[in-house]
Design a protein around this ligand. Sequence first.
Ligand SMILES: NC(=O)c1ccc[n+]([C@@H]2O[C@H](COP(=O)([O-])OP(=O)(O)OC[C@H]3O[C@@H](n4cnc5c(N)ncnc54)[C@H](OP(=O)(O)O)[C@@H]3O)[C@@H](O)[C@H]2O)c1
Length: 227
Amino acid sequence: MKPYVICHMVCSVDGRILGQRWKSGGSAKVFEDTAATIDSQGWIVGRKTMAEFCSKKPRRKRRGHFNVPKTDYVAPHTQKTFAVGLDPSGKLHWETGNVDTEHAIMVVTEKVTTDYLDHLRKAGVSYIFGGTSALDLGKVLQKLHKLFGVTRITVQGGGSNNGSFLNEGLIDELSLVVMPFADGAAGTQSVFDIKASGKRKLSHRLKLISHEVYQSQHIWLKYAVLD
Ligand SMILES: NC(=O)c1ccc[n+]([C@@H]2O[C@H](COP(=O)([O-])OP(=O)(O)OC[C@H]3O[C@@H](n4cnc5c(N)ncnc54)[C@H](OP(=O)(O)O)[C@@H]3O)[C@@H](O)[C@H]2O)c1
């Protein structure tokens, strides 16, 4: 079974997502407060966004083979909600298996070393294999359901992560808070960034579900993704 997927983001009026550029805009709080109202068992982000929650120190890599099979691993945990990160090459450095109140699950590929898998196990982080060298995100969602019981989850950036899910037709709903900033930085991340080189549709159709003025300044839009 594929969990129901809601993409939740805040953006400028021109669809850009680097909230730290919008001086005194409070985008992080707007993001967190609106996200907290969404019924979901966790969130999925790209490796660059997840880095904000990981150790900033470089990880000491060890040579040799570690006796860890390249199969999915569910670390002991009591949490019922999950922080999922796409880290196909195993770049992130973990010191704990939690992100705030969520249990951390990394999505890796068979490119990762047994040293890295051992590192995740020692930190208490669960991991699932999403492919040999590229990720099959449909398969990843099915594993999140099968191994962790996830039936509803949010996809929360950045643009590359969101774009991958959209491009594979895996997003059911979009929850978008438009903040009153015109950003204008050409080439910076936007709500959906899909590489021009791969297979992609010209656009995806949406159907408006609801619109609301949020805290008098922001527009909160919800859409069903039709295709
Ligand atoms: N405004 C908002 O609501 C909001 C929300 C979240 C994040 N953000 C911002 O977004 C920025 C980061 O966005 P971003 O687009 O540059 O990065 P991102 O989506 O956070 O991470 C991209 C990385 O994730 C991995 N990845 C994503 N999709 C993949 C796929 N289909 N297959 C394999 N790997 C995949 C790749 O890692 P590798 O490079 O290791 O292969 C890729 O380089 C940050 O500045 C963050 O603060 C804004």
